[in-house]
Design a protein around this ligand. Sequence first.
Ligand SMILES: C[S@@+](CC[C@H](N)C(=O)[O-])C[C@H]1O[C@@H](n2cnc3c(N)ncnc32)[C@H](O)[C@@H]1O
Length: 108
Amino acid sequence: MLMNQVETLMVNNPIRRALQRWYETPLLIRLGGRTPGGRVAEIGCGSGYGTKLILDQFGAAHVDAVDLDPAMIRRARQRLVRYAGRVRLAVGDATDLRAAFDAEDGAY
Ligand SMILES: C[S@@+](CC[C@H](N)C(=O)[O-])C[C@H]1O[C@@H](n2cnc3c(N)ncnc32)[C@H](O)[C@@H]1O
């Protein structure tokens, strides 16, 4: 489901980013460990901040990330430009990841 404007604002703001970086990430690493060298699927990647954390903090080698909202994927592409070769981004629905990535001709 696409987010409305209020939801988008609540998700994409510096306070949430700080929580993701300094609270959620260490907590998840404590609970489940890092993923060094792993290939990770991120469903609902939004503007790609979490994708960046998966690469930088969890140590994944590669992330396949999908989001329903083309505007979010555009933002993610900009954010993740320096990770070219390690990230594949696609617009699509979590219920059909194959279709999302098959349709993605601008994947990097
Ligand atoms: C709460 S936001 C989280 C975004 C990002 N993971 C973050 O932490 O900033 C949820 C995201 O999931 C996406 N989404 C919702 N339903 C989806 C679906 N069925 N398939 C793919 N993405 C979906 C929305 O477009 C939105 O960007």
